[in-house]
Design a protein. Sequence first.
Length: 248
Amino acid sequence: MKISIACTSFIICHFYLINVAAFQRRIIVTKKGHIPTNRSIPRLQERRIPETSPEPKKFGISASNFLNIASSSVQILFRIGSGVFVNGYNLKIDDANSDEYSLFELFGKRPRETSKPMKVPKLPIEMYEFEGCPFCRKVREAVHILDLDVMFYPCPRGGPTFRSKVIKQGGKAQFPYMIDPNTKTSTYESDTIIKYLFDTYGAGSKVPFTLSSNALVTFSCGLGLIPRLGRGSKFEECKTAKQPLILW
């Protein structure tokens, strides 16, 4: 049984407000660009989740974070939900006869989510970018859609670590910049990176319209970033992280 367009829109907003920045993918991200550049990249498959986890708490937004959440949520309106769902996402309503996770259950029915099988890179892809860049946002959405393991290296203005590596490797301080150790490929330009990711790991899928090469797409990415007032674009002193942070 197919759901209505209105119901789909509700689910998009629901997923975004809860997850905000991490959807149906696994991402390794370094903390403020402080991991030494000569450190070997850990394979995500070899990293284990701690056996103990924090006690679950009821979802809620504290008053001190309300503006942050609200300004971040604006992006989904301008981007029409791009990056919320994995490639080939499909939602059907089935009988509630299993213990599988479900968003909700009503009258003995529950939604069943499936997606298109994707090629998984053996080693995490390296992505050099920064939060306040609309071109970088396009690439992050592509990573979400393809459900890829990626090592994100933040390169804000004034960053002392990873910007210099990009200049040394590629010859200029332009972002985003991608290095794929699986194919020995490195390249600039968001549209080139997105096309490469879909051609290499998209299992035959084409680049969606929301990520196509046109001024409207870039403009909508930029509009969505305005409420954030450039946060994530400028380096700030912080405590050095001993290991990369893993975000789901």
